[in-house]
Design a protein around this ligand. Structure first.
Ligand SMILES: [Zn+2]
Length: 231
């Protein structure tokens, strides 16, 4: 997977000085752009940048606020990237995670009305694992919604439809980890490995003996349907 460099899409560039990102970041914070996507990832990224640019005096943004953006077709576009400190994760609740120790990923689109695409989910987990490998973030599973930091509904369903990390073994790992995936709304559960999933009939009994990793999401049912072959 590739990342479109900042210079390949930006119109406004970096209009004010921006501080450096200190690594490794403690968390990846998820946002949505609340813009209407088209079939052009670069044009859509410029649209997000323009919204930020117009708000520069009020919010003191020095460039597009996000470290990365992900288009519905799975294209990852670099914003502040691994170089510049994030601008979108202001913590008004007073918690430990804020702009100085986190990075941000913005899903282009309005996730009050839609869910992430499979391409977006795959791109996100590829990016998260890549960031852990290259030391930009401490842990690719440390992912939280913008709403955990401040009083906002951002990123709406973009967080709950993110699903579990992908164990796609593209680093040459042969043994694929098994993970139990639970739908928090329906209570249904599956055991997943690689690209296959098996429905668990007695979830209570399964969980009483399962010692492996567990992923939970409100829309896990949707995630399983999209990403796994049911066996
Ligand atoms: Zn946000």
């Amino acid at each position: 997977m590739n990342i479109v460099p900042f210079g390949d899409w930006t119109r406004r560039g970096r209009w004010w000085p921006t501080r450096a990102l200190s690594k490794p970041a403690a968390a990846i914070v998820i946002h949505h752009s609340v813009t209407t996507p088209t079939s052009s990832p670069r044009a859509d990224a410029r649209k997000v940048e323009e919204v930020i640019y117009q708000r520069r005096w009020k919010s003191r943004f020095s460039m597009v606020a996000y470290n990365w953006m992900i288009h519905p077709d799975g294209t990852i576009l670099e914003g502040r990237g691994p170089t510049y400190r994030n601008g979108a994760n202001n913590n008004t609740r007073g918690g430990a995670i804020s702009n100085h120790n986190s990075v941000s990923v913005c899903f282009i689109g309005d996730y009050r009305t839609t869910l992430l695409t499979e391409a977006q989910r795959r791109a996100f987990w590829w990016l998260a694992q890549d960031l852990e490998r290259n030391g930009t973030v401490a842990n690719s599973n440390s992912v939280m919604p913008h709403s955990a930091l401040s009083k906002t509904t951002c990123p709406a369903e973009a967080y709950s439809s993110l699903g579990p990390p992908m164990f796609n073994g593209d680093a040459g790992e042969e043994d694929e980890e098994m993970v139990t995936c639970i739908d928090k709304l329906s209570g249904e559960a599956w055991v997943c490995s690689g690209t296959k999933a098996r429905k668990i009939n007695d979830v209570g009994q399964w969980m009483s003996t399962w010692e492996g990793p567990v992923r939970r999401a409100n829309n896990m049912k949707f995630v399983i349907d999209d990403l796994y072959e049911i066996v």
